[in-house]
Design a protein around this ligand. Sequence first.
Ligand code: ADP
Ligand code: MG
Length: 237
Amino acid sequence: LPPLPSDAPVGRVGPTIFSRYAGATRFDQLPISKKTKDALRQSKYIEMTDIQKASLPHALCGRDMLGAAKTGSGKTLAFVIPLVEKLYIERWCPQDGVGSIILSPTREIASQTFDVLKAVGKHHNFSAGLLIGGRRDVEAEKERVNELNILVCTPGRLLQHMDETPNFDCSQLQVLVLDEADRCLDSGFEATLNAIISQLPNRRQTFLFSATQTKSVQHLARLSLKDPEYLSVHEKS
Ligand code: ADP
Ligand code: MG
């Protein structure tokens, strides 16, 4: 194994040291890599929003997360940062294949998330792809999808790859994000999400965000999360 990068957090961040970071208010106080800290600062992300303060110390300890917070509260960084850090701590390289999947309800949200991922991950060398259907050429995607470390997708397109792409492999998946889960379910993706989750390895970290907690969201949460930390943040940050 290659030596740990010199700026990696010391040891794996375990639940026992969660409390050390529970009161952090700025990104540079978190146990994250210098690469990520530099990127956040360069994107002018300095102070955390409420949902970020509440969720990041847990997420960076490896906990699953069920988050409810309204639009504009900063949920994207609440999952993009721990996802990038997890792959970094695991020394994920381009040859390791799919390490993380982010599912978004719409193409537009997926591409916004992809932009945030590019900004946060710009000093890391993970490969990432936006798989959102539309006019994009699925055949060309199939050639490349196994070389991608982080997939930002709409549910339909991901399931299409799972069904049709030869050797599509997410057996090493580390982190799954279900963003705007209520909207995914409202858009008729329930069966698609179930089919996707049933094909993913159980040993992984999962973040589920939803503005509302309907019955079907609770069902999805039971299906996808293990002993999650529940977070509900309502005031606008
Ligand atoms: P949500 O997914 O909860 O609707 P977003 O993650 O899209 O929210 O963030 C909403 C806006 O707030 C974006 O423009 C984002 O760049 C900005 N933002 C998020 N976190 C911070 C922060 N810590 N500091 C400054 N701006 C932030
Ligand atoms: Mg969002």
